[in-house]
Design a protein around this ligand. Sequence first.
Ligand SMILES: NC(=O)c1ccc[n+]([C@@H]2O[C@H](COP(=O)([O-])OP(=O)(O)OC[C@H]3O[C@@H](n4cnc5c(N)ncnc54)[C@H](OP(=O)(O)O)[C@@H]3O)[C@@H](O)[C@H]2O)c1
Length: 264
Amino acid sequence: MEGARVAEAQHVTIDRIWPDPAVDLDDDALASELLVADRMLRVNFVSSADGAATRGGLSGGLGDAADKRYFELLRRAADAVLVGAGTVRAEGYGALRVGEESVRWRVAHGLTPHPVFAIVSGSLDLDPSSPIFTEAPIRPVVITAAGHDTSGFAEVADVIEAGEGQHIDAAAAVAGLRARGLGRILNEGGPHLFGALLAADVVDELCLTLAPSLEAGDAPRITAGELPDPRGLSLAHVLRSGSTLLLRYARERMDGHHPEEQQP
Ligand SMILES: NC(=O)c1ccc[n+]([C@@H]2O[C@H](COP(=O)([O-])OP(=O)(O)OC[C@H]3O[C@@H](n4cnc5c(N)ncnc54)[C@H](OP(=O)(O)O)[C@@H]3O)[C@@H](O)[C@H]2O)c1
């Protein structure tokens, strides 16, 4: 992903269509409205107009310059970036590092220079000698189930144990990050991890880039797995750059219940 949705981040015009229409918003305006709460779990995906989450097996082909710019701003406003190991492997993630402008903005807003990179893996099929760990500007976190041998990561990462066997308890994973003071969590996918977070009902927001393309084929959607019932969303904003829409939804909670508040 360092080569896909991130590397080409550049300035491209982004307008707000709803609410409060405004043209050519600057990075500060866009990022500031993402710092809405100290504790929240935001999810970010790009999808084609017909629901494909990948092109040629990767997300990068779907994202244009506006998506890449906003992708960086979402990281700018996060304490931790949470990613499933499937996405880390498929997209070839390197060390998670925001740009210099983002570092300046973060420090001025009382955040650490870079967000913590947190990777969810049941199999621990991750290489501790990869740049993800060896070039990390801030010590990453590996989240796995209890009982695994995590000694290979002792030098390069902190480990959070959440769940048993191959199944990681998504609510416990989020609680483990929160216990480290990482309140603003950004999940960059993938579909299986998003599905697990939805099933655990710990998702507060979805930022969805709707790419102006039709892909057909059998690409995955942005969610995978089973949900006990559909999750409602309410629209928080609509940004536009050319024919690309950058949508932000809040998770609608009919009962006002926030499950993670019950976590220690
Ligand atoms: N359109 C977009 O914005 C976007 C964003 C992200 C990814 N993607 C695409 O999505 C595809 C990858 O999909 P994916 O669903 O495999 O990605 P994923 O959710 O990132 O990865 C699944 C893997 O993550 C770990 N994992 C996640 N949740 C778990 C849980 N509850 N319990 C145990 N392990 C868990 C497991 O790793 P282990 O196998 O190590 O146990 C599992 O195999 C790629 O093609 C990628 O390009 C698209």
